[in-house]
Design a binder for this molecule. Sequence first.
Ligand code: AMP
Ligand code: MG
Length: 421
Amino acid sequence: MKDDVARHALDPCAGSRPLMTVEAAIAHALCLAAAVGEVETVPLDNAIGRVLAQDVTAPFPLPPFDNSAMDGYALRSVDLVGDGPWCLKVVARVAAGEDAAKVAPLNPGQAVRIFTGAPIPSGADAVVMQEKVRRDGDSLILTSPVACGDCIRRAGEDAARGAVLLPAGTLIGAREIGAIASVGLPQIAVRRRINVALICTGSELRQPGEALGPGQIYNSNRFMMVAALRQPWIRMTDLGAVADDPDRLREALVQASRKADLIVTTGGVSVGEEDHMTAQLRRAGGHVEVMKIAMKPGKPLTVGRLGRAVFLGLPGNPVAAFTTWKIIGQRIAARLSGQRDTVRPGVQAEVTETFSRRPGRQEYRPARVVGASGGGSPRIELLDRSFSAKISLICQSDGLAVIPAAAEQVTAGARLEFIPL
Ligand code: AMP
Ligand code: MG
């Protein structure tokens, strides 16, 4: 943590405790998130967006039999010796779904009309595309040679018997459904959905549709987070908005912890007198494991535990809540659900303008793509530096540019990681 201490020294807002790097915060938070163990079986039609509980292996080779990759003619490549053209006799026909055993093994000089996906008849060792030959009655005239194995999809070339097609922990999408169906499974074992409880805090919050009184704003986080949590692998319970009242907040936390694997809250994690979250988490019997992160926005993001639930306290500013959910929260939820950690690095993008900044926190700055560099990577324009309360900015942006904590100046043309939104 030497590095943290050095970064802390650069951040005048750090208080008495060193800030934790984003990487350390993520690593620590992920350690808290043990995958739910329960497994259920779902029909393949309902498996989209669920998390595979076991490896899917091929119980037989894929494809199961040698078959034609083209519409054309199956032949014996040894028949095409010497100089062409060659003439073969078409003696039979096999289409997809037919049994190749109905065709007698090919004799020298014979060919079989064949279609894509049809099994290769015995004796044939190559297929020639119909576009490359001329047909005259029963005669097939070829002018160029065909090599053994041409246009044949071999049994097992996609997956050998016993090969792992999909590892446990895969989030099932359309292509995974296709793979599962290809091995003949009508249903599949998935992890149970994780239970996520959502609590938004703030005495100033009103529901869209209600009239705003003085000092009041609409509860954007609630709708944003409900939308973010609407995933097939999540069962979400919305516990509504709770005023900045310590007792009511604690009651909501306790209620949430009864069923939830993950409690997501927004607001109340800063250090103001109306920020009661961590105190009430502790009073409810929970504890904090990660706080004060060298992240902008997101310094107040807090991760801890309450009973058997992981606690994730997102900051109240909607952009900060959105960003911290995207960068850290989502990974905690995914880990709880049993997903393999599949975070891919963002793309490298070139900044358009030189700017200086106060070092100390890793910044996730909304940015807009304005073109492409000579090398083909996106060129990005960074948006307003004070952005964490501006929902309009995040909506105008194409992604988040990641400015390293130590950077004091970023020069035009420099490359930053860019996380598309
Ligand atoms: P807090 O983290 O509670 O101090 O909130 C920080 C800022 O975010 C304050 O300006 C709040 O009014 C605002 N805020 C908190 N929660 C929400 C919410 N659910 N929707 C919109 N803004 C919020
Ligand atoms: Mg608040």
